[in-house]
Design a protein around this ligand. Structure first.
Ligand SMILES: Cc1cc2nc3c(=O)[nH]c(=O)nc-3n(C[C@H](O)[C@H](O)[C@H](O)COP(=O)(O)O)c2cc1C
Ligand code: SF4
Length: 422
């Protein structure tokens, strides 16, 4: 089975702006079920599910849930990360625009399991339509008694507010996001402490991605063990893939972990148009590795991706055909990170600037062997010493191309024909 519709099963069958449609399709039934369970049973299900975060880092969800549940300080918060600023990713927007109540239901289950009372959804500023749909869903859920006090007649209170991002990529990073909700400039903090102990307004906070939270009702529905049977040993469940670039069928596909990229690109994506050939694929988004066509049989799996010193990212696959030059692609990526660096730490602030300048030399046929060596060590230093994930992953595309497309660097140096200074 190529697609496995677990969290996208309602999409296309409901009007996302109708709470009645959602209720007709078993909406809020999993909240009801969760409220009838003991909290420890809910935690056991999440542990058995082996669900890992879908926002990029793949952190085990049950560890965060348990850490928040154990905190006695109140109030506690549940924050949904809907910033989705990574180029090539659009699956969170898809979920918000097509099944908003499922996200609210997921947040409610998280809140009940951890005794949190207030939720926030931090939505990327450019997502005006998603914001409108989510706000209507929140208002409707509150009107029907799914948000507010005494939810479903229980001693359980939880409400949600939306916060709008302002177009900064780093605000998707969890601490920068929390600072932004607090009304400060979106900059990361040194960790530990982690958000589950010192998060929003200094209080215990769970922060998860849209897709992660949208998966919570499905786990309550089928149970943690059944969920863990979908996918692979280390990567359970399904993953939403944002498929884009030079591909016939662009869009969002829900697939089980363990599917190969070749199947996604050729069978779901319909391959590359106009008889062109695939030259390279960027995985995860701008912060992900660029790999050659011959690696397409690699499967979607957290562990496999970690071999690239990278994470699965949020599940973007960007297909690039044979018309494109690797250095033009790297220039765009480097310019993006140079622009988005918040400037707080030196390796990222200065590193991205130098990386862009060096990549430009390759674009302009002005590169030497020295530039290649400098690029290589700069990329490593940035990866190892930057303060947050932005600076740590900004050089991933360069590092991966230095490995898989080294011949392109060497050819370009030869074509540049610049005399090396002694
Ligand atoms: C620069 C940067 C940008 C990020 N952007 C997002 C984002 O847009 N959405 C998201 O869910 N996580 C993003 N993350 C990851 C978050 O810091 C955090 O790990 C995530 O929200 C946790 O949710 P999860 O465990 O459900 O994946 C970003 C991380 C970094 C370093
Ligand atoms: S790595 Fe970049 S984005 Fe992160 S704190 Fe340092 S300068 Fe800011």
């Amino acid at each position: 089975m190529l697609e496995h519709k677990l969290i996208t099963k309602r999409i296309g069958n409901i009007n996302p702006e109708s709470i009645d449609d959602y209720l007709k399709h078993d909406g809020y039934k999993m909240l009801e079920k969760a409220l009838s369970m003991r909290r420890i049973e809910i935690h056991d299900n999440f542990e058995a599910s082996k669900l890992r975060g879908r926002g990029g880092a793949g952190f085990p969800v049950s560890v965060k849930l348990m850490a928040l549940a154990k905190e006695s300080r109140t109030p506690k918060y549940v924050v949904c990360n809907a910033d989705e600023g990574e180029p090539g990713n659009f699956k969170d927007r898809y979920l918000m625009e097509h099944d908003p109540h499922q996200i609210i239901e997921g947040m409610l289950i998280a809140a009940y399991a951890t005794v949190a009372t207030q939720g926030y959804i931090y939505i990327r500023g450019e997502y005006a339509n998603a914001m409108r749909i989510m706000q209507k869903a929140i208002d409707d859920a509150r009107e029907r008694g799914y948000l507010g006090k005494n939810i479903l007649g229980k001693r359980f209170a939880f409400d949600i507010e939306i916060r709008q991002g302002a177009g900064s990529y780093v605000c998707g990073e969890e601490f920068a996001l929390l600072e932004s909700i607090e009304g400060k400039a979106g900059r990361t903090r040194v960790k530990p402490p982690f958000p589950t102990s010192v998060g929003l307004f200094g209080q215990p906070t769970l922060i998860n991605n849209v897709e992660t939270l949208a998966t919570f009702p499905a786990i309550i529905d089928i149970g943690g063990e059944a969920f863990a049977k979908i996918g692979t040993e280390s990567s359970t469940g399904t993953k939403l893939i944002s498929l884009s670039g030079n591909i016939k069928n662009k869009g969002v596909f829900e697939v089980p972990f363990g599917i190969s990229m070749r199947d996604i690109i050729t069978k779901l994506g319909g391959g590359v148009p106009n008889g062109r050939k695939i030259k390279m694929i960027q995985l995860g988004g701008a912060c992900g590795p660029i790999i050659p066509e011959y690696m397409l049989d690699m499967v979607i799996d957290f562990e496999r991706f970690e071999e690239f010193e990278s994470k699965t990212g949020a599940g973007a696959i960007i297909v690039i055909d044979d018309r494109f030059d690797v250095f033009d692609i790297l220039k765009r990526i480097s310019a993006f990170f140079e622009h988005e660096s918040c400037g707080k730490c030196t390796p990222c602030r200065e590193g991205n600037l130098h990386m862009l300048k060096t990549v430009e030399k390759f674009v302009d046929y002005k590169a030497t062997e020295k530039d290649l060596n400098a690029l290589e060590s700069l990329a490593r230093v940035m990866h190892q010493t930057s303060l947050c994930g932005l600076g740590q992953t900004a050089p991933t595309a360069v590092i991966s191309t230095l490995h898989y497309f080294r011949f392109s660097y060497l050819n370009r140096i030869e074509e540049s024909n610049i005399e090396e200074a002694a």
